[in-house]
Design a binder for this molecule. Structure first.
Ligand SMILES: [Ca+2]
Ligand SMILES: [Ca+2]
Ligand SMILES: [Ca+2]
Length: 270
């Protein structure tokens, strides 16, 4: 009995020492004072100002400062998709300017991806601070790289379903094209992502990111998609592994033996 008591005492002591160590390191959350609701509103103000002051120049596929005779991104309502996303219990407004929706040609299944499909994307990313776009990109991939939309920033997850994948270039008579793998007519446009759907400090993993709490602009081209992506190869497409039916398969955990594993990554749950 005494022994057990002592073990408990030791455990408590260990916990106390660990906790005080934490204090001794003097860690303070540098973002503790942020009101994320206010931030979401000021982010949207900045993005809307940018959308009103710029237009899309189709001759160079680039956003430029608005000039007379052009329609601002904001007023180009057929092309500008406004997407509301709840994250961290706050409603954020995401914008996707769909310059070209894309056309998957003879393969109609390769149309719009779902929020959990795999996508092949060319992109370049820029920071939007106040209403100024950074002069250089912070990240890009010019040849195309595969992502699963379930595993990227929420601004990407929720905007790529506005675009269609393209069509693999074929050779004569529909045979193999004798040249580098080339995609035609991929969906193309610009994403305007509020900081809350990028790298918000509400997630401690972002504390040291140079893009923490920063609005983001991405030029994107959706080359290809895997329709009905099935991450765990259990025969049920990931988008259908949505037990609570809220449209989001990343928040369903039905397996009591694997409570931390979402159903779409768990082959035992179909
Ligand atoms: Ca599956
Ligand atoms: Ca769900
Ligand atoms: Ca599964």
């Amino acid at each position: 009995m005494n022994k057990i008591k002592n073990i408990f005492a030791l455990l408590i002591l260990t916990v106390v020492v660990l906790l005080s160590c934490d204090d001794d390191r003097g860690f303070t959350n540098p973002f503790a004072d942020i009101n994320y609701e206010d931030l979401a509103m000021s982010d949207n103000d900045s993005i809307v100002k940018f959308l009103k002051n710029n237009y899309y120049d189709y001759s160079v596929d680039s956003v430029k400062t608005l000039i007379a005779g052009q329609t601002s991104l904001f007023d180009d309502q057929d092309k500008l998709k406004t997407i509301k996303v709840i994250s961290n219990d706050i409603e954020h407004t995401l914008y996707a300017y769909v310059a070209s929706q894309g056309d998957s040609g003879a393969d109609p299944d390769k149309g719009f991806p779902t929020i959990v499909d795999s996508v092949l994307v060319k992109y370049s990313g820029f920071a939007l601070r106040n209403t100024e776009i950074s002069s250089t990109d912070f990240d890009k991939n010019e040849s195309g790289i595969w992502f699963t939309l379930a595993g990227v920033i929420e601004g990407w997850t929720n905007s790529f379903p506005e675009f269609k994948g393209g069509e693999l270039k074929k050779g004569p008579n529909g045979g193999t094209f004798n040249g580098p793998i080339t995609y035609l007519n991929g969906g193309k446009g610009v994403l305007f992502i509020p900081s809350g759907l990028g790298y918000p400090s509400s997630n401690p993993n972002n504390f040291n990111s140079p893009l923490v709490n920063t609005n983001l602009i991405f030029y994107v081209e959706l080359l290809d998609i895997v329709p009905d992506t099935d991450h765990d190869n259990d025969g049920t497409p990931s988008i259908q592994e949505d037990a609570d039916g809220d449209g989001d398969p990343t928040n369903d955990f039905s397996d009591p033996n694997n409570p931390g594993l979402p159903d779409y990554l768990n082959p035992n749950i179909k």
